[in-house]
Ligand binder design. Structure first.
Ligand code: AMP
Length: 519
């Protein structure tokens, strides 16, 4: 069976932790660092390169260096966010036959699940080297606001990498587990998690070992990469203004700019000014051109990113309202994710929640530590701790005019079971089609489709005279069963909504076998 490890598979970096004799221990990368860049590259020789080594060669191999794949996982190529993202990455994003967003390189087309699997396989190998034993199982964390297909896709990535994914835990919940387990105090926490690609806000109560999520909200397309992107756009404009050259289509220049912008952003968290110097970034009619910004002020970057920082507010307010509390009810606000080191982000947190946040947390490691704790809860090593999470999005069925009638409201504690009664809308209607959706919009077309089934042989009667009771049952793993029952005859039909990652079971199995043979 092998040991179980906790994995924080971040957009920018990942972190591995394991519980050793009751203490969570972070496992260092091969370079001795506590996190590893979530980067995969394909070399000219056809080998896969992962982590720091992949990141280091990105400038010379920009089209085949894949970063931020978590932004693509479980998403459609046509999504607006994917379009924006594809304009800013040097690698190509393409549409898979089923419409999913995939990555195209000279070596072929890859699903985000496969790319993530390459990272997870490396994580598995690192942990095996460190522990000197086989790793069979893992707990992987995901943003709380991930929908069903993004969660399933992450699970499939684990399977392809040869890991049995025992549990998918929400990142903020894991952070609370990593934090609270030491403190063992009853309290109400807000976990503010701004990483490289996603933003989550979770309100959680701990009481006598029970960790109960009260509400969660977020934005799966708001993170450090967006801050970098705005800074890159500014630098591109400045350069074009000064030198008359548009270098936005040059993948090597873009990759160099990306690295410098990110470094500058980090530096500006501890200093008020920095500089950027990129010699030989392009060649103009009179020879080589250099990009130089002698003084880049923190306030300039804050102004550039003002809109992004403002976008953090609404989900926080909504989460507080959904939890039925006000900011002053909170005992702590935990900051998670590298972006929370930015002073302007911290100032926004204090503005929203009106309090000094818990500073004794390592924002890069706390999620992995919580995932390792969840491993220990699952194996029984840690007892008397119960995790009660919620479903982040509402679930419902399609009714007339393409509207969604909600059956399970967002932020309902799982497992849960909810019933709702529907009536026929046509005379002599002999069947009803139950189409299941996830999301908050009133119109199903703006939500995610999960599945459908038909309940036939309805009694013949006038419109509105036949009633069908629909039951939604969601288990603790978030797997949904939907049942429909005609009230007078008791006829039933049901479907298990197996969340789909876009890859079939066979495809996942084949990829897993291929990776096992290759390793
Ligand atoms: P995570 O996904 O939690 O690893 O967060 C990674 C993001 O945090 C990336 O966008 C980093 O650029 C950003 N980040 C890390 N350290 C800092 C820092 N000191 N100041 C600002 N942003 C940072």
């Amino acid at each position: 069976m092998g040991r179980m490890i906790g994995i924080d598979l971040g957009t920018t970096n990942c972190c591995i932790a394991v519980l050793q004799d009751g203490d969570a221990q972070v496992i260092n990368s091969r370079q001795g660092e506590r996190t590893m860049p979530s980067v995969v590259a394909f070399s000219d020789e056809g080998t896969e390169i992962v982590g720091t080594t992949a990141q280091r060669q990105a400038v010379t191999n920009p089209n085949r260096t894949i970063f931020g794949v978590k932004r693509l996982i479980g998403r459609k190529f046509g999504d607006e966010e994917i379009e924006t993202w594809s304009e800013h990455v040097p690698y190509e994003i393409c549409a898979a036959p089923n419409g999913d967003a995939w990555v195209r390189t000279r070596d072929g087309d890859y699903s985000p699940q496969e790319i993530s699997a390459v990272i997870l396989q490396e994580i598995k190998a690192i942990a095996e080297d460190f522990l000197g034993e086989e790793i069979g199982e893992a707990v992987i964390t995901v943003p709380a606001y991930f929908n069903d297909s993004q969660r399933q896709a992450t699970k499939d990535a684990g399977t392809i990498a040869g890991l049995r994914v025992k549990n998918i835990v929400n990142e903020p919940t894991a952070a609370a587990l990593g934090y609270g387990i030491d403190k063992n105090r009853d309290q109400t926490l807000a976990i503010f998690d701004l990483g490289g690609g996603t933003f989550d806000i979770t309100i959680l109560k701990t009481e006598g070992g029970v960790f109960e999520v009260l509400a969660t909200h977020g934005d799966t397309f708001l993170g450090g990469d967006d801050f970098d992107r705005l800074l890159i756009e500014y630098l591109l404009d400045q350069f074009e203004g000064e030198c008359g050259e548009d270098i936005s289509d040059d993948p090597v220049a873009l990759q160099r700019l990306k690295e410098s912008a990110e470094t500058a952003k980090r530096e500006l968290s501890s200093t008020s000014t920095t500089s950027i110097n990129l010699p030989f970034i392009a060649t103009g009619p009179d020879g080589p051109l250099h990009l130089r910004v002698d003084v880049l002020e923190r306030t300039k970057v804050e102004r550039l990113c003002e809109q992004l920082i403002d976008r953090l507010e609404a989900p926080c307010k909504q989460a507080l309202a959904d939890a039925g509390i006000v900011a002053s009810d909170l005992d702590q606000v935990l900051l998670v994710g590298g972006m929370t080191r930015m002073p302007a982000v911290q100032a926004k947190v204090e503005e929203i929640f009106g309090k000094i946040t818990a500073k004794d947390v390592n924002p890069d490691e706390i999620v992995a530590v919580g995932a390792a704790t969840q491993c220990a809860i699952m194996t029984g090593e840690v007892q008397d701790v119960v995790l009660l999470d919620v479903t982040p999005h509402s679930l419902g069925v399609r009714v007339t005019e393409g509207r969604m009638s909600r059956v399970i409201e967002k932020n309902t504690t799982i497992p849960t079971s909810e019933k709702k009664l529907f009536a026929t809308t046509r005379d002599q209607q002999d069947h009803v089609e139950i189409s299941v959706y996830q999301g908050e919009d009133e119109l199903v077309d703006n939500n995610s489709y999960l599945g459908r089934f038909v309940l036939g042989d309805l009694p013949q009667a006038a419109a509105g005279k036949v009633n069908v009771e629909v039951t939604f049952l969601m288990d603790a793993d978030g797997v949904l069963n939907v049942k429909a029952r005609e009230v007078t005859t008791g006829r039933e039909a049901s479907v298990k909504i197996a969340p789909s990652s876009g890859l079939s079971k066979d495809e996942v199995r084949n990829l897993s076998n291929r990776r096992r043979k290759a390793s």
